[in-house]
Design a protein around this ligand. Sequence first.
Ligand SMILES: [Zn+2]
Ligand SMILES: [Zn+2]
Length: 503
Amino acid sequence: MTAKLWPQQQAERIIQAFPDAETYLLQTGFGPSGHPHMGTVGEVVRTHFVAMALAELGKKSVIQVFSDDMDGLRKVPVNIDTPWLTEHLGKPVSAIPDPYGCCASFSAHMNKELCEMLDATGIPYRFVSAAEEYKKGTYNEVLRLALARIEQILNIILPTLREENREGWFPIMPVCAQCGRVNTTRVLSYDAETATVEYSCTEELKGAVGCGHRGVQPVGDGHSKFGWKADWGARWAVFGVHYEMYGKDLIESAKLSKQIVRVLGGRPPVDMFYEMFLDETGRKISKSVGKGLTVENFTRWGTRESLHYLMFKNPRQQKKLSTDTVIQYMDEVLKMTPADPEYRYIYFAGDRPALPIVYSDLINIVSAVDVTDIPVLREFITDVYGPETEKHWDYVQELLEKAINYYTDFILPQRSFPVLTAQENELVDKFLAMIAREKDAEAIQNQTYTIAKEAGVAPRDFFRLLYQVMLGKPSGPRVGTFVAQMGAERIAEIIRRHRASAQ
Ligand SMILES: [Zn+2]
Ligand SMILES: [Zn+2]
């Protein structure tokens, strides 16, 4: 028996915990106080894998993408260069103007960016805005319940707070009726019967200063929100969430939220944590800095399947994202066949033909042939990979366009064709004469060594020279394989052209 894949294990846990649910609610979270990033999209893609596993077991599910757009803005993201945002600190992000000027609010812009990224994946989901749900009254009943059971909530949360933060802490944060801030209010008293609170807008939080207003208002209909530490559990109770995964940094919050949801009359969902993505320098990819490989970049150089695979492969393993990551995942994903158990999760549209194409080879071909002209490359690739590629040209062209993007972005700006010395020219000529005779990849590889040895040149240096005249860089694919694949005549033509352009 083969081991179960992780989404299948998750699906079984969900069914076991909630055997009677008709449709499973799988939730993912998004904090729209900055741009969505790889982790945000990854969580939805991974949740979709679980939805697929549930479907295989005959179970229906819905992915709810929940945006925390009622949260106050705590700091201006460093990658958003809009100084006037500081005057809005502490207000719900859905009540702050769009710094880009195109949407109804700050969070509407971030939500739109996320939805565009998700729509490109083709994954079905339901988008839910916290601000809208609070305003519609969806939270009213649970807010009222929280007031009625305030002692229980305080007993859970207060011990987790630092001593100096316990005084005055309250699980519900009123939105100030005068200045609209939510991070600067303090609850003075409450009435569970009428579901109202008395508050003052007198707190200060990281640059957000209260306006001094004092008043009494209902907690429902968007006049307040659950504060951090109570919000997540409240959401589980309000929507009846069956499953949610989250980044490793939220493990403690999840533990707490499981207690809160019970107090608020709900049940904790089945959960799973995943490891964080790191940028090239090993730092956590943070949404306020927005560094590292972005989803746009990833899909500029790789197919959607390579992105799926990045998300599928052991979510508990920490992954460093760099531009090489794309090539690595592209090569792995193109090697997969329908016989691989994870294939159907990665290729979920199921419309990709199996072709013998290796992505890194494709990049080498584009580099060697040195054109970005699709019709020219088409002839070339059909020749190298056989007539199957012609039958599935649309897909091959998609792969080719990604390879061209990669070539244009990274290889082209860095390559160089230096003028060769007399001895180097002689060696290259010997190589060309040899490949005109030899057709076999192994033979070409061995003969290349022989040429170097006979001339008293270190093979490593000779290979470097060949890469330089073929690709304009000091390293590349296995020479024998590459030459056999490309054909001696083309290699001769490429080298002739590069020698002519040397400077
Ligand atoms: Zn906008
Ligand atoms: Zn105020």
